[in-house]
Design a protein around this ligand. Sequence first.
Ligand SMILES: Cc1cc2nc3c(=O)[nH]c(=O)nc-3n(C[C@H](O)[C@H](O)[C@H](O)COP(=O)(O)OP(=O)(O)OC[C@H]3O[C@@H](n4cnc5c(N)ncnc54)[C@H](O)[C@@H]3O)c2cc1C
Length: 468
Amino acid sequence: MSALLDGIRSIVGPTGLIIGPQELAPYATDWRKRYLGKPLAVVRPASTAEVAQVVRACLDARTAIVPQGGNTGLCGAATPDASGTQIVLNLSRMNRVREVDARNNTMTAEAGCVLAKLQGAAEEAGRLFPLSLAAEGSCEIGGNLSTNAGGTAVLRYGNARELVLGLEVVLPSGEVWEGLRGLRKDNTGYDLKQLFIGAEGTLGVITAAVLKLFPLPKSHATAVVALQSPEKALALLERVLEACGERLTGFELFSDFCLSLVLKHFSETAAPFPHRFPHYVLMELSDTQSGEGIRALIESMLEAALEEKNILDAAVAQSETQSRTFWSLREFISEAQAHEGSNIKHDVSIPISRISEFIATTDAELERAHRGVRMVTFGHLGDGNLHYNVSAPEGVVPDVFVKNTAAINRLVHDSVARFGGSISAEHGLGQLKREEIRRYKSSLELELMRKIKRTVDPHGIMNPGKVL
Ligand SMILES: Cc1cc2nc3c(=O)[nH]c(=O)nc-3n(C[C@H](O)[C@H](O)[C@H](O)COP(=O)(O)OP(=O)(O)OC[C@H]3O[C@@H](n4cnc5c(N)ncnc54)[C@H](O)[C@@H]3O)c2cc1C
């Protein structure tokens, strides 16, 4: 192994190789600290050529590679195993925006660019890069593409997959696939880039991407709406889509229990209304026209919904600061749960039309099987994506409660399947759901995936033990 490390040091230089146990520690565990690995080394290449040489060296030594970006993934997909033989290939030093072509509405960026930096680079060019998620200050575009990240603007702009026109990928053979095309039309056979998007680093290392840009909105309106039930939230979604069409960019649902966790753990937050209600929707509209039109539209729509008693209350942000305050209620939910203690998490998607029935049915099944459980239900309702998390009943120690994980996963995921949904909407499979997916995907689909893996990565060096 020391010959391999010497070889890698000669490729990336001493600053690109980390081997000290203390320095390795942050790369060896995941954001939730659920998995703890033991990497042989962390390699931080600074160019595509360096990545290619490192991959070739690892292939020659039959050493497994775990690609890693911002390490904010939630399925343990960027964490090495505990064997002490795997290399973590961290892309963070590859952080250049190679080109912004405003006229083509594209941006070419290296894999290690932090998402927030890309949003900023697009804005400087008078454009929007719409991918947006609570981890955007740390996650990197290579990781976003490899997980096909979703986030808060999927409703209008699609998942990460829909925001990519071209890719540059280092294959498990060490060859570089130069697919950095900025074309919106290219029907020349199989769309190879789609293989690598959402592959969680199991088929190659994404080193750069051509990303789609959009007109920069000039006005926004944000509102928090109080509602009786998810069913009422769906009715509101339908109404807003009819009235506002593509100007609706975000439609997020959260329950009052989620709000109570945020208020408890983030002292700087405040409840949006003097009274509490069962559910809330956070809604964002944006328009390429400047002025107050969009706010007037949302206000008139919500007034009508209030008069018809479809909603219980509504607050429209009067300033950018208030809009940020509203968004923080939604964005702090993940961390607030972490402060509260472990719970049993599910990232599921359901056809939007069936989502309230799913919640009612599954809540009831859970209550029957595990009396008193508290549901942390929130998510991107406009995309049919729920974070459907199950917390311990009052008085039960969270660490004791999570011993029910297997039984609760079974109940929830079987219900998801009955409703025609998916057990991973946006976080991927990683190692967390690698076994679980075998119950829900057909053997034909799984075998096709295995065949692709064997063809692209015949020696199985690319992120083994993840996805499949
Ligand atoms: C607070 C919080 C909120 C979040 N909210 C959302 C959300 O709303 N929507 C959502 O979709 N996700 C969300 N996530 C999950 C996470 O941020 C995303 O999955 C993100 O896309 C991961 O990016 P990363 O750079 O951190 O990737 P990592 O965690 O480093 O890696 C994720 C996967 O991608 C692979 N990978 C990384 N870089 C490369 C590369 N260059 N080439 C090949 N493979 C690579 C890794 O091997 C691993 O399989 C959230 C996470 C946190 C902590």
